[in-house]
Design a protein around this ligand. Structure first.
Ligand SMILES: Cc1cc2nc3c(=O)[nH]c(=O)nc-3n(C[C@H](O)[C@H](O)[C@H](O)COP(=O)(O)OP(=O)(O)OC[C@H]3O[C@@H](n4cnc5c(N)ncnc54)[C@H](O)[C@@H]3O)c2cc1C
Length: 648
């Protein structure tokens, strides 16, 4: 379908204006599903915007056995929608109504994907056999292998193509436009050519704007998000959308040259952890600084399936001390950390089984993986794991694997209602940009939440579409909202001195990783917030040398807005007496090895929301919306539905 086009003059620039009933920003698993669902519900006036179809988390991510979480639909396990919802809510700081919707639609969204050809593992009777993932009592996880989400994208994109839904690539969202009533009415964007040399501003006017831009991954330097994942949460926060649970992320050990979680077999084969000075000299095994030999080997083994840093897994001999030890090396001592698969830890020629726990020994024996060195054990346990690195130019038989504790998932994000609509009417947030999760979530629930969000938002838009008038912005109203953006671009371009954009942004990202990542230090967080606020208040401090750098400048601005909001949330949480929880440690000083670290239980029934206005962020706390007793009397539900649909 063709996109309607005209142009307007703004600050001596001709800006193309395009109009569609619904604009979807982002082409990951959530955005693609949204486009397909809307079309199937009869909404054809849709345009899908993205920086690139092959960019973002979904298109570029994988893990050992990538998981989709849903109702258990195989074998004799008794499961129910209510129990799935209860598991989600038990994660803490999680709203019950959206959890119930995620549970209710989980099987439907999963079958939708299976029917589109995603090769989820099934037995000869057609049962999609489940397994247990973290925080999952009922073996609800399904998988299509290490690249489940890439399979999902491929299947969903085939549907988008088949339906000829227009896709515009090279887009960076810059500002959300609103109408007189405060509803979302358009998205002002920068459009770059694929090689980023050419660019133009372009305005998309719409009745519904669906943000499916994933996590604000550029907040952190240490990250296992793909490099092409950026995020546009800041643009939404600037438009007045509330943030929710922004404190909640998941962090874990990942390789940095090629970004991949070093979980599962990568740890179970007991590699040697070494650190060195930045130039590679002064190599040493550092875990022994903290732990005796037996504790060390057990902690590394457990890291395999206790992958993310978990504040509850410290204490006497928990596996999360490994993450703390890595932090001590990389952040506190400025060294580099590697996994070595060529030699055993602790100078062992061969694996000394007497040092292993019975769990570790029987696991390796049962897997026929007790060979002399970690690499041989890795071949025995999971040869694909070695090949994966070879495919990305890293030969574990010849080189060390550099690792660090990296950001991997944002549980929080934008606040949405039961239809994934944000606090700005007409602005929906689906996928990882939506913060429907709390402190913990079962592995795989992110992929389900993205699909459910797309189904819910599409349904609401389809229902409302019949009644909602078209975007109604005069040229003057557009100008009032857009001209400040054009002037900002000019200020960056006209600044004197050399281009300092990348350097400035990298420094903020480095600080965020060091002090506002899995270890949170209130004093440092406060300083970073002030730095970010200063850069937003005086944008001329950022200088770019030519217009081809504008996209990066707007993306950096987004990251600064996120820094202010996310770090204000963290600071407020700590000041409210919040202790370590989930995947982070609240500490001015690291605990001594073996110390019991108190974990927060006070804020589990509360949600923190964050609002951004004029360069500053404010927070409020509210009780979680409880898990509803959903109506189950058929005649009543039928009547309610007709009322909702306007057909009664
Ligand atoms: C290593 C790793 C392993 C994971 N394993 C699992 C798992 O096993 N199970 C599970 O449930 N989840 C897992 N996740 C999380 C899950 O993959 C993501 O939550 C999910 O893919 C996000 O999908 P999305 O559609 O919301 O966003 P994305 O896939 O991130 O899509 C965002 C889209 O918006 C575009 N975009 C973003 N920012 C901008 C911008 N500024 N300008 C223009 N375009 C932009 C991107 O290019 C992309 O098209 C994993 C994540 C990682 C990193």
């Amino acid at each position: 379908m063709a996109i309607k086009m005209r142009t307007i003059q703004l600050e001596n620039q001709t800006v193309p204006v395009r109009q569609a009933e619904t604009v979807i920003m982002g082409s990951g698993a959530a955005g693609l599903c949204m486009a397909k669902r809307l079309y199937d519900l009869g909404k054809r006036d849709v345009v899908l915007l993205t920086n690139g179809l092959m960019m973002g988390t979904s298109r570029n991510t994988g893990s050992d056995k990538q998981t989709y979480y849903k109702l258990n639909v195989s074998g004799g396990t008794q499961d129910s929608i209510y129990e799935v919802a209860k598991t989600l809510v038990d994660g803490g700081a999680t709203d019950g109504d959206t959890a119930l919707a995620e549970a209710a639609l989980s099987a439907r969204c999963f079958y939708h994907l299976a029917d589109l050809g995603v090769p989820f593992v099934l037995n000869e009777y057609g049962e999609f056999v489940g397994y247990k993932t973290d925080h999952d009592p009922k073996a609800r996880a399904a998988s299509a292998g290490p690249l489940t989400v890439q399979e999902m994208c491929a299947a969903l994109y085939r549907e988008v193509e088949e339906r000829n839904i227009p896709v515009v690539e090279g887009i960076t969202p810059v500002k959300i436009l609103k109408d007189r009533k405060g509803s979302a009415a358009g998205l002002f964007c920068l459009r770059e050519t694929a090689d980023r040399s050419g660019r133009e501003f372009v305005l998309f006017l719409c009745r519904n704007l669906v943000m499916a831009t994933g996590a604000p991954a550029q907040l952190y330097k240490k990250s296992v998000f793909p490099e092409s994942q950026i995020g546009a949460t800041g643009v939404c926060l600037e438009a007045g959308a509330a943030g929710k649970n922004l404190t909640e992320w998941q962090y874990g050990l990942a390789s940095t040259k090629f970004r991949w979680n070093v979980s599962g077999s990568y740890q179970q084969v007991l590699p040697r952890y070494v650190s060195s000075a930045p130039d590679g000299s002064d190599e040493r095994e550092f875990l022994s600084d903290l732990m005796d030999d037996k504790t060390l080997l057990n902690a590394v083994f457990l890291k395999g399936y206790q992958w993310p840093f978990d504040a509850a897994k410290l204490g006497a001999a928990g596996s999360s001390w490994v993450d703390i030890a890595v932090y001590t090396e990389t952040v506190l001592k400025g060294r580099r950390v590697y996994l070595d698969y060529m030699k055993n830890p602790l100078g062992m020629e061969k694996l000394d089984k007497s040092l292993l726990t019975s769990e570790c020994r029987s696991y390796l024996e049962a897997s026929d993986a007790t060979q002399d060195i970690p690499l041989e054990r890795l071949y025995a346990l999971n040869a694909d794991a070695v090949q994966l690195y070879l495919d990305h130019g890293i030969d574990l038989s010849k080189e060390y694997l550099e690792v660090d504790v990296c950001a991997q998932h944002n549980n929080g994000g934008l606040a949405g209602d039961l239809w994934w609509e944000t606090s700005v009417p007409g602005l929906f947030a689906i996928g990882e940009v939506n913060g429907s999760h709390g402190v913990r979530r079962p592995g795989g629930s992110a992929l389900n939440a993205g699909q459910v969000g797309a189904f819910r938002a599409a349904e609401q838009i389809a229902r409302r579409g019949k009644r909602k008038p078209g975007p109604d912005l005069s040229e003057q109203e557009i100008g009032e909202q857009v001209v400040p953006v054009l002037r900002l671009a000019n200020r960056w371009l006209q600044g004197e001195g050399e281009d300092n954009l990348r350097k400035t942004a990298d420094e903020i990202r480095r600080l965020n990783s060091s002090y506002a990542g899995f270890v949170r230090n209130a004093g440092e967080i406060e300083k970073i917030i002030e730095k970010a606020k200063g850069l937003l208040r005086r944008p001329e401090q950022l200088r770019i040398e030519n217009p081809s750098r504008l996209g990066e400048a707007f993306r950096t601005r987004d990251m600064l807005v996120c820094t202010v909001c996310y770090l204000t949330a963290m600071l407020d949480y700590i000041r409210a007496g919040g202790l370590s929880r989930g995947s982070y440690l609240v500490a001015e000083k690291l605990p001594d090895f073996g110390a019991e670290v108190p974990v927060d239980l006070k804020h589990l029934e509360q949600v923190q929301e964050v609002f951004y206005q004029s360069g500053d962020a404010n927070t409020i706390w509210r009780p979680v919306r409880p898990l509803p007793e959903s109506p189950q009397w058929f005649e009543q539900v039928w009547r309610d539905m007709k009322e909702r649909e306007g057909t009664l």
